[in-house]
Design a protein around this ligand. Sequence first.
Ligand code: FAD
Ligand code: NAD
Length: 465
Amino acid sequence: MKEITTKLLVIGGGPGGYVAAIRAGQLGVSTVLVEGARLGGTCLTIGCIPSKALIHAAQAFEHARHQAGGSSALGIHVKEPAIDIAQTVKWKDGIVQRLSGGVGGLLRKAGVQVLAGWAHIEDGKTVTVKPAEGEPVRVRCEHLLLATGSEPVELPSMPFGGAIWSSTDALSPGALPRRLVVVGAGYIGLELGIAYRKLGVEVTVVEALQRVLPTYDEELTKPVLDALRKSGVVLHLGCSVLGHDDKQGVHVRNAQADEFALPADRVLVAVGRRPRTQGFGLESLQLDMAGRHVAIDAHCRTSMRGVWAIGDVTGEPMLAHRAMAQGECVAEQIAGRNRRFEPMAIPAVCFTDPEVVVAGRTPAEARAAGIDCLEAAFPFSANGRAMTLEASAGFVRVVARKDNHLILGWQAVGQGVAELAAAFTQSIEMGARLEDIAGTIHAHPTLGEAVQEAALRALGHALHI
Ligand code: FAD
Ligand code: NAD
């Protein structure tokens, strides 16, 4: 068998693995990256990017339909629009292709050797790679980095296949279903459920808990709930799904133990993702686990010397930017730098309509930590830019220590608020106080003015409310 020796071997070419490999290459560390599917991983090929492309296309179509319906306050009139979903998917695939190819180019430029094939771990220093074609290769390494990501959770009563879609299927529809039932009102269920509704599909969402987006606080998700109801998405909260048959659709039981069926042409099951830890010899390392994910310390080291892990395989939050930041951190340590992965805040954005963004602590989390805090919100209904965008639902909220006004957290809900994530996270990482944000000139007219106004309001002297 052909053998390669390298200092760093990365398993997985998603945002965690490819960023680690690029940074290691830049720092002169000899690096091999193994990817069994496509460079870019879940994020670039079947996750973040394709979902945001579909969401954008759905939004554009919905705008056109809204104008055609004669309900435009703007005075715009268009004839009945139509969507060619095959062309939409082709456009989305073009973006994925460009980005995945771009990652290949960046890895080449950094001097990383990429092996296309599935890795199988023999021990902490040896991995065999089985390419789709040709001979297997044995790679010997000093450092092994696990960046194998995650996979969708399947419901035993509704395995993926046929009418039962995973998110991957929902991102490449051959045709639009007439009726879509979405199981799970989390990130994927709502991002894609809303997109499908905008594409004209009848969407019904079934959620086990009593509210949508249960990982966010209720006040923050209220505008999303209002928008879902207004758009005609039917919600069944506090319900469990029992199974599916092609005739009646999805069988559901509600909190009162009543059973009913929801007709469905397609069912999107989006009930979470689990770390990918099986099927490639990881068990043989007998690493310490934390539940289903690989346990790591503040350096992203596993319990075995020389074996590191990053990204979704290390559990929550399963977000691309966390994986990337961990990848960079590990590469720098292997190159001899002194680094730890201890961010003050990892922002999270849900690309629903309206969008939701959080960074740092919520008021409830600050109080639970025993911190005496100030909180203040500024509504987009008092923001000029939001009005010009027909987007006055939602608000920005700030949380700060009462004693010294150090900012602990930001939350926002509204159209386009995803772009506030940078300002929110920077202010927390840089140890900003309310006075720093209140005293910074924010451009007018922008949604960002609501950030300044929230800080002013926490200080007791908001100007525009
Ligand atoms: P992955 O991206 O999963 O990459 C792991 C790679 O390892 C895969 O390419 C896989 O093929 C490869 N691999 C696994 N095992 C082996 C092996 N044995 N040999 C060789 N290769 C192997 N996150 C956000 O931050 N923002 C978003 O907007 C967002 N939207 C999402 C939308 C959807 C529909 C989904 C499914 C996810 C979304 N996520 C989003 C989550 C995000 O995609 C993940 O957090 C991110 O991709 C994790 O990166 P990773 O490098 O840990 O793993
Ligand atoms: P999720 O954890 O966000 O939501 C799953 C939802 O399904 C929860 O509300 C849960 O209560 C519900 N649920 C679980 N079992 C159920 C059942 N049997 N019946 C009905 N409801 C049930 O998971 P997801 O939406 O699959 O997304 C997976 C992960 O991918 C996310 O946690 C996130 O880390 C990542 N992601 C991130 C983004 C983003 O950053 N914008 C977008 C998509 C996905």
